[in-house]
Design a protein around this ligand. Structure first.
Ligand code: GLC
Length: 643
């Protein structure tokens, strides 16, 4: 029940991987041609909910907001921030009439979802667009059909579901070893440490600073023996520096984006002036992917790709001008930030394509380049997450939600964004736990960990110049051990549910309403989520709160994790007040379902996925089990556990 409608000479994004038949006349929307672009309008019913738009602000229900698809590096994630790092142009209307719509265009698009209260959706696409209309009986059913046509999510290794510590500013191998030791001494589990730009020689990709990391290969293997992986950052821009082999080869082969005059376009990022690889060009993509050999030879198996909107501080054209950085309103048309995106070009099959027209698929194609490269270089699954994205990138890696801040609103948005991201294929995702900019607090970090304990990517990351937020630094370490410990006790479930969801093109995290579509009360809930098929979480998202009200659409089993035991009690449907002290987590097992919990461990390698106890009132649980590394992931790995 999916139809495709083509408007204009559409640029192939490869977001959709299945053949979808073309329809005759667009359903639900009226369409008007507006200059080179198109405007689509559809009426909404009074109570219709609009889901989707992946990484975007406001809540799960996108109604009442205006959202701009134009990948942007902006750390001001206020609720009215129109654009984020990724553009995920899929929406689902859920009311008397139900349908999904994917606006597949690599260029700027604006989603006005009843912003002015006139009761309509208005989607303006600047460039030609392929519109996919997805029919179905329920919002969830519509999403699942959509997930099938965009292809299976990337499959991370088991260790990528462990807890990771990260910070911009870990400067040398001494810092890294100390963090590993401190976590171990504190009795807190840890699976990986991210290496931010500080590991590089002057922030240049595919290099290591030899004074600060004299023996990276030795360090990688030493820590791996302790069960901790190192995950280096890789930025999009390649420093302009004769003598650097990657730069020189890129220049020689024509793998960088060019300016109007046909010279390579230059812009400043962390290493100073750089050229941007032309990821949209297949050859350049393959070339960039091959460069990861530098890292795999050092023993790295996990990576994060950054600055790939692409972010730039200024360009050869805007150097010295005010408004150089992206801090201002990125939609200010005269701003340097936007005008720079109009100043460079891609070379696609010999055709000069303005970057502006394909802006939103740049980061996606960096992820694709790395994912394909790593697929060739490694005989096992790799960890990969990126900042910028577009639908399609989910097949090669995950994403994190960028430079959030240490605030309670950001925690709430982490919760609401997770379901939107899952609707758009990005199952492997998570936020900077504790907040990136600003100073976190013990309370905020604990509550945030209690949310991230359920998200596939669970990483504590913070910016330079902010308060250090490694868990062992805070008093009352038991509370931290409790929540990190919960993650590892839940690992058999989280891993199994993720893999099953990914293999069957399903969601791992869902809004409550997707489980209880006929329950009007559940439809309005934005601070509870279904995680996997068996559980519902209801995290505390308010400062100072030690209790909260939970809505139960059906009788469930309440589970209280107190740091040692899972205390379970059957509870009735309706509203329920739960008390949640800081080091505890309360969640619910759905009726007729089971939750396998393991014995935990200090890293994922120590967790015996097969040694589980079943909680809940269900009869059987289908567990996905494998070695956590091999590429051979199929539903044959699912075993039925009976109560
Ligand atoms: C960007 C990234 C952030 C990283 C910083 C330094 O702001 O989003 O995660 O720490 O660059 O590399």
């Amino acid at each position: 029940m999916i139809k495709k409608y083509i408007f204009g000479d559409v640029f192939a994004t490869d977001a959709v991987v299945c053949d979808v038949p073309c329809g005759d006349k667009l359903e639900y929307f009226s369409v008007e041609k507006d200059g080179s672009g198109y405007v689509f309008r559809a009426p909404l019913g009074g109570d219709d909910i609009v889901y989707g738009l992946g990484e975007s602000m406001r809540g799960i229900n996108k109604r009442g907001g205006r959202y701009v698809s134009f990948n942007t590096d902006n750390m001001h994630h206020t609720d009215d921030m129109p654009c984020m790092y990724g553009s995920h142009n899929f929406i689902v209307v859920d009311g008397a009439i139900k349908f999904g719509a994917f606006f597949d265009t690599p260029a700027r698009a604006v989603f006005d979802i009843d912003y002015d209260g006139s009761g309509q959706i208005c989607v303006s696409c600047e460039q030609p667009v392929a519109v996919y209309i997805v029919g179905g009986d329920s919002a969830y059913g519509i999403v699942r059909q959509f997930l099938k046509i965009i292809g299976q999510s990337y499959l991370p290794p088991l260790w990528a579901f462990g807890f990771g510590q990260s910070r911009w500013g870990y400067k040398n191998q001494k810092d890294v070893r100390r963090i590993v030791r401190k976590y171990a001494d504190a009795g807190m589990p840890l699976d990986y440490i991210c290496l931010d730009i500080d590991y590089m020689d002057r922030y240049i990709d595919f290099t290591v600073d030899k004074t600060r990391f004299p023996d990276m290969k030795g360090l990688v293997s030493e820590l791996k023996d302790k069960g901790v992986r190192l995950v280096p950052i890789v930025d999009a821009g390649i420093k302009i520096e004769p003598g650097n082999a990657v730069y020189e080869e890129g220049v020689k082969k024509g793998y960088f984006c060019t300016n109007e005059e046909g010279e390579y376009f230059s812009a400043a990022v962390w290493p100073g002036m750089t050229h941007f690889p032309d990821f949209i060009q297949k050859d350049a993509r393959e070339w960039f992917g091959r460069q990861y050999k530098f890292y795999t030879e050092l023993g790295f198996e996990g990576f994060w790709n950054d600055m790939n909107e692409p972010a730039m501080f200024y360009s050869q054209y805007t150097k010295g001008q005010s408004g150089d950085h992206s801090g201002g309103d990125p939609l200010y048309e005269g701003g340097a930030f936007l005008s720079d995106y109009k100043k460079f070009y891609h070379n696609i099959d010999g055709k000069k394509v303005p970057h502006w027209d394909v802006h939103n698929i740049y980061g996606y194609n960096m992820t694709r380049a790395s994912g394909e490269g790593l697929g060739n270089l490694l005989d096992r699954r790799y960890m990969l997450f990126s900042r910028s994205s577009y639908i399609g990138a989910h097949r090669y890696g995950g994403i994190w939600t960028g430079d959030n801040s240490s605030s309670w609103l950001m925690l709430r948005r982490n919760v609401t964004m997770m379901s939107g991201l899952n609707m758009c294929g990005f199952l492997y995702s998570g936020a900077d736990t504790g907040g990136f900019v600003g100073n976190t607090t013990r309370e905020l970090l604990l509550r945030w960990l209690a949310v991230s304990a359920f998200t596939p990517l669970m990483r504590n990351h913070s910016a330079k110049f902010t308060r250090y937020q490694e868990c062992y630094r805070f008093r009352g370490k038991d509370d931290f051990r409790s929540i990190l410990g919960l993650r590892y006790r839940l690992l058999p479930y989280i891993y199994s549910e993720f893999m099953k969801a990914a293999l069957s093109c399903d969601m791992y995290i869902k809004p409550l309403a997707f489980g209880y579509p006929d329950d009007t009360r559940a439809r309005a809930v934005e601070d509870q989520l279904l995680v996997g098929d068996s559980i519902m979480i209801a995290p505390v998202l308010e400062k100072g709160a030690l209790e909260r009200v939970v809505y139960l659409p059906e009788p469930m089993t309440e589970v209280r994790w107190n740091g040692k035991d899972f205390l379970t009690v059957p509870v009735t449907e309706g509203e329920r007040n739960i008390s949640v002290p800081l080091g505890e987590v309360v969640f619910f097992i759905r009726r007729g379902k089971l939750l396998p919990v393991g014995k935990g461990g200090m890293n994922a390698g120590q967790v015996d996925l097969a040694d589980v106890t079943l909680l809940g009132d269900g009869k059987e649980y289908a567990q996905y089990l494998d070695d956590g590394l091999s590429k051979n992931c199929t539903s044959d790995n699912i075993k039925i556990l009976k109560r």
